[in-house]
Design a protein around this ligand. Structure first.
Ligand SMILES: NC(=O)C1=CN([C@@H]2O[C@H](COP(=O)(O)OP(=O)(O)OC[C@H]3O[C@@H](n4cnc5c(N)ncnc54)[C@H](OP(=O)(O)O)[C@@H]3O)[C@@H](O)[C@H]2O)C=CC1
Ligand SMILES: O=C(CO)COP(=O)(O)O
Length: 430
């Protein structure tokens, strides 16, 4: 496959046939690897990732011996861009990782490690590194972007002169400051002609580097692009599922960062399992409510990019957003926590954006508003949490049973029982 664009149906059909053959071939090879791994005892004993990896590595060359291999660029040399570029290079794709700092590029090429963001993890020796943006993106099939949300538009503007037929996939889980734009919105604004997708899921970069089995979702309206991304990144340790709900998948990844901060804070207060379950589930309700207002399918939030990513980040110290929340819960202020973290925590900006938008548009987001009050209005966390518990009677899943926002039926019922009791009392008095 040379390009995943939709421009020529015949070519695409041929590509789809080739894709299908290569994916059948890949599936049967992977099945063989897993079967051998199971027979050799690896499946039954504690999984030994390096032994399984060497078995996979031996076969990956065969899987990707297809001459029309994908040419990929990954922009952003942080933990996630590096982890994803490494996966693609290991799958045999022609992969270049673009990093903005020239000295970092030199050091990465020399040591084949990302010392700052993924120390101690050796990268695939086929991975190429570049500081030259034009050279990195020219003649590529897909450009994956993994810079923080605040740098996304600037990155697109910088690559715009070199875009001819490449597709773009956002790996970023943030929102633009002040505009509430998601990365797909920014792509449509800056590069209206390109074919694009977003990828999101429970993908803690360090676990991926350790070959811990993981899965993600590629969402795009373009089927060839979805297939191309699956072919590029799928491996025995990393499953790539597909969706056409771009908004839903992208919002899942962006919104869960808010609740990872809330759960980090709750962990600092040593809350119980019931409380964690309540926060997580009500977070999901907020996410899907907000998603529906933005035009997403609420069912998407039940998938990997919704409940999956919520679970991974709301329960793990590996999540930078969780760590920010934990520092806040231990009494640090937001600026000090962000400085101490020294890495991207998209939720810090997302809380402000979503709080403002939800307030403006009347979307019921009590956890987000509560978190905003604690972080940005200096309200006491315990008082805010108690106030949340008093938030009236509501239905569980509003897409199953709609909320009665005024609680009108209940109020009428209570008033009528109260007046009946009063009548009885006055009869007794007579
Ligand atoms: N880490 C993870 O587990 C996952 C992260 N993501 C998402 O991926 C995105 C990137 O996060 P992640 O890799 O973790 O971030 P990191 O904090 O690990 O790294 C950020 C990277 O972006 C670079 N960068 C910052 N600003 C710019 C800019 N203006 N132009 C070019 N490069 C820039 C940094 O360069 P420098 O070092 O020079 O500052 C660094 O290489 C985020 O939206 C995150 O939510 C998604 C899934 C998992
Ligand atoms: O999105 C992530 C994992 O899916 C990473 O989460 P953090 O950005 O909180 O580290």
């Amino acid at each position: 496959m040379t390009s995943p664009n939709d421009s020529n149906k015949d070519t695409n059909n041929k590509h789809n046939d080739t894709d299908k053959q290569s994916s059948d071939k890949q599936n049967s090879l992977l099945a063989g690897i897993i079967e051998r791994a199971t027979k050799s005892g690896l499946g039954r004993k504690k999984l030994n990732p390096s032994a399984v990896e060497s078995a996979v590595a031996k076969n990956m060359a065969k899987i990707h011996s297809n001459p029309t291999k994908l040419r990929l660029a990954f922009l952003g040399g942080g933990s996630f861009g590096t982890a994803m570029a490494n996966l693609a290079a290991r799958n045999g794709c022609d992969t270049t990782l673009w990093v903005r700092n020239k000295r970092t590029v030199k050091a990465m090429a020399k040591t084949q490690t990302n010392k700052k963001y993924l120390p101690g993890h050796k990268l695939d020796d086929r991975l190429k590194y570049s500081h030259d943006l034009a050279a990195a993106v020219k003649d590529k099939d897909i450009i994956f972007i993994a810079v923080p949300g605040l740098a996304f538009r600037e990155t697109l503007k910088n690559i715009a002169p070199f875009i001819s037929g490449q597709s773009i996939v956002s790996l970023t889980k943030g929102m633009e400051k002040d505009t509430f734009a998601l990365m797909s919105d920014i792509i449509k604004e800056e590069l209206p002609e390109v074919n694009f997708g977003v990828m999101s899921g429970p993908n803690l970069a360090i676990e991926i580097m350790k070959n811990m089995p993981s899965a993600t979702v590629i969402a795009s309206e373009s089927e060839p692009l979805r297939h191309a991304v699956q072919a590029a990144l799928h491996s025995a340790f990393f499953r790539v599922f597909a969706s056409d709900d771009v908004k839903g998948v992208e919002l899942g990844g962006a919104l869960k960062n808010i609740y990872a901060i809330a759960m980090g804070m709750a962990a600092a207060y040593e809350v119980g399992e019931n409380t964690k379950a309540m926060i997580l589930t009500r977070a999901l309700a907020e996410m899907s409510r907000f998603g529906v207002e933005a035009g997403a399918n609420p069912l998407t939030f039940l998938g990997l990019s919704g409940v999956g990513d919520l679970y991974a980040t709301c329960n793990s110290e590996l999540s930078r957003n969780f760590r920010i929340g934990n520092m806040l819960g231990r009494g640090m202020n937001i600026d000090a926590a962000v400085k101490k973290l020294g890495q991207t925590a998209e939720g810090v900006n997302t809380i402000q954006q979503v709080h403002e938008k939800a307030t403006r548009e009347g979307i019921y987001m009590p956890i987000t508003h509560a978190l905003y009050a604690v972080i940005y209005e200096d309200k006491a966390a315990l008082g805010v949490a108690l106030h949340l518990m008093e938030a009236g009677f509501r239905s569980d899943v509003e897409f199953v049973m709609a909320h009665d926002h005024s609680n009108a039926a209940l109020t009428a019922h209570m008033k009528s029982s109260a007046s009946k009791t009063a009548d009885k009392d006055s009869d007794k008095d007579k």
